[in-house]
Design a protein around this ligand. Structure first.
Ligand SMILES: NC(=O)C1=CN([C@@H]2O[C@H](COP(=O)(O)OP(=O)(O)OC[C@H]3O[C@@H](n4cnc5c(N)ncnc54)[C@H](OP(=O)(O)O)[C@@H]3O)[C@@H](O)[C@H]2O)C=CC1
Ligand SMILES: O=C1CO[C@H](CO)[C@@H](O)[C@@H]1O
Length: 274
């Protein structure tokens, strides 16, 4: 996997191009989001990941509007929250997200979690919005293989993205392989384990070996595995650090060593228990 700059994109199943690296904004409050997003855009990020649940879509909308980079150059993802699932509810929630974000389309809209008895109807709503041209790509988040199979059996469109908890302690390689087989782009949430990666000895060793920070080692590992990644930070220096991962390559041997840290350990909920 050779991705050589921050503008590197992957082509989704429908031809839409999605930047490999984005800024996550979970737990970025409205009063901090402008600084964070402007720092990211200034440094070259063109991809921001939010959700209705994060309660900062309005702050993000303001941040984008007040920056000189035009809306169409920025890839914006949002997600329909669990309490808004169902066909009509999703159509309405989508409208609210657009309004808050001050935009008339989204680049990517995701079903945030596979809520039992609801997610196939929610998916139908995303298909409608996509067919109406209001979303450039549609996908899911926190969907295991059986959830994906349900949607693929009942829907018309195969999800284009699956955004999952993914870091050195939770790889789920079988799910990645399933997604790859069906042209579903895998995307990592909590790629830094919300700070947990900094305690892992092997990563400390690799950080010294490559003269890169632990965050940079892990985010580069994401890219070399073909996984889109969206680290969150509100600090300018870390926003820059997290995107400075295009000037080195992790050897195959070291990639395997990081893979071997997998212990199926989650920091978030199990998708079947939500
Ligand atoms: N689909 C889903 O269900 C989910 C999606 N997400 C998405 O994924 C994004 C990323 O995941 P998130 O849970 O935020 O956690 P991350 O794994 O991105 O970790 C974020 C934490 O790491 C710190 N940090 C960031 N960069 C560095 C660095 N270079 N060195 C040291 N510390 C650093 C941040 O602190 P600080 O800000 O102070 O720098 C923050 O505390 C979210 O923001 C959200 O967009 C997240 C959870 C669930
Ligand atoms: O996106 C999200 C942010 O984190 C929450 C708590 O872990 C998740 O439930 C949610 O999916």
């Amino acid at each position: 996997m050779r991705i050589t700059d921050l503008k590197g994109t992957v082509e989704l199943a429908n031809g839409t191009r999605m930047p490999y690296l984005g800024l996550g904004v979970f737990q970025t409050p409205n009063n901090e989001i402008k600084n964070a997003v402007h720092a990211a855009l200034d440094f070259g990020y063109r991809h921001i990941d939010t959700a209705a649940f994060y309660e900062n879509e309005d702050g993000l909308g303001e941040a984008i509007k007040s920056h000189s980079i035009s809306r169409k150059e920025i890839f914006i993802t949002s997600k329909v929250w669990n309490t808004d699932q169902g066909y009509d509810e999703t159509i309405r929630a989508f409208g609210e997200s657009l309004k808050k974000l001050q935009t008339d389309y989204l680049d990517l809209y995701l079903v945030h979690w596979p809520i039992k008895g609801k997610y196939t109807d929610t998916w139908r709503a995303l298909e409608t919005l996509y067919e109406e041209g209001r979303i450039r790509a549609i996908g899911v988040s926190n969907f295991l293989q059986h959830h994906l199979e349900d949607v693929m059996a009942t829907g018309k469109i195969v999800p284009m993205v699956n955004q999952m908890e993914f870091h050195p302690h939770l790889v789920q390689q079988d799910l990645i392989d399933f997604c790859k087989k069906h042209s579903i782009q895998y995307e990592a949430w909590s790629p830094l384990m919300q700070g947990g990666i900094f305690e892992i000895d092997l990563l400390k060793d690799l950080s010294e070996k490559y003269s890169k920070s632990i965050a940079q080692i892990v985010l580069r590992w994401d890219l070399q595995k073909g996984v889109v990644t969206i680290p969150k930070s509100v600090k300018k220096n870390r926003i820059e650090e997290n995107a400075s991962i295009f000037d080195f390559e992790i050897s195959e041997e070291d990639m395997k060593k990081i893979d071997a840290l997998d212990c199926n350990e989650r920091i978030g909920p199990h998708p079947d228990k939500i």
